[in-house]
Design a protein around this ligand. Sequence first.
Ligand code: ATP
Ligand code: MG
Length: 398
Amino acid sequence: MIDRLALTNFKAFQHADLPLGPLTLLTGLNSSGKSSVLQALALLHQTYTAGNLDRAGELAQARAAGRPAPAHDNGFLLNGELVRLGTGMDALHEDFAGDEPEITLAVSEGAWRYSWTVRYEAEQNLLPLIGVGLPLTSESSAARPAGEAAVIPRYFTAGFQYLLADRISPAESYPRDHQVAIGRGFLGVRGEHTVNFLRHHHQARVEVPKGPLRHPRAESALLLDQAAAWMGELCPGVDIRAETIENTDSVRLSYGFGDGLTTSRRRRPTNVGFGLTYVLPIVVACLTARPGSLVLLENPEAHLHPQGQTRMARLAAASAAQGAQLIVESHSDHVLNGVRLAVKQGLLAPHQAVLHYFRGDGTGVDVISPRIDRDGLLDQWPEGFFDELENTLEKLLD
Ligand SMILES: Nc1ncnc2c1ncn2[C@@H]1O[C@H](COP(=O)(O)OP(=O)(O)OP(=O)(O)O)[C@@H](O)[C@H]1O
Ligand SMILES: [Mg+2]
């Protein structure tokens, strides 16, 4: 699990050092830097996956030995499958700290800290790597569990999902891409591969492991039945089916409604509520996140009614309780309350749910981190932190 993320001169942040937990909730005003935190983790992941951090170890060894840095095209890949940040000018914090315009991103996993520093190039979208801090000593390599490379964080190679606020809208059909959905198990940043992923995993009879993630009232432990049961929590009485459309590169999703005895005709996504299809990738990402994997979610509450939002937070908490790490950006007090309830009900220990409230004033970002106790109560309510209901009620009752 990543337990800290440090950002220096990255977008809205001159410097930020954020503790992360199994379930971290990022809240705060619009444009206060929440998505930028997710983007930093996605940027590192896409850079590694594209092979642009491959030779970071060589750079670290050369530095340690006092040799000149080897020339290669390692560096932050600003535009890729996960994020499209633009050029160096977009990525570097406007008012950068330090003598040189450099961006540093660092992640800690337990005792291991990894950092990468790149040089600013205004017009480039590959910012060259000029410094790395990797746990490279033989002593640290030996301490790493057998079979694991010490030079990269585990999250680069474990399961990974990143779902943007702007997801796919309901459609007649969805892409059937074997390589992304099945080979890599990636749902797509807009959740566009979710239906194909579900179809494949249903055929392969993949089950949701025992534990809080497994819905007790689902027809079976199979992923599709589990997804249907959790979708039913968000929208009572719904069931889902994912099928191939013969002789095409597409798959189809359909919904049924009923109480199990009196099921209505099946309906296309375009003829049911928008929120249902919109939340499906979130449900599938939570249900399939296995221990060690990382799930980044932007505004999972979008288009869900309040009760659904609270229950969705419970699903996210169940996923974290079963060993995955989730970092969730949200504007919803129902999501916050769902997390608080999950702690009060013992699904998560208080320290496993981490809250950050971002306050950006245009010049920098200030982060306040209220703590949840075992009764689900918070130790502080900073001004502007989900206090709008009380503020409005006060005016109404005045
Ligand atoms: N290079 C940069 N230098 C300084 N600030 C930047 C830079 N690039 C972006 N920003 C600022 O970073 C912020 C980006 O915010 P971000 O998208 O992370 O917000 P958010 O908290 O996710 O908002 P929302 O709630 O609307 O999703 C904006 O305030 C933007 O002005
Ligand atoms: Mg955002």
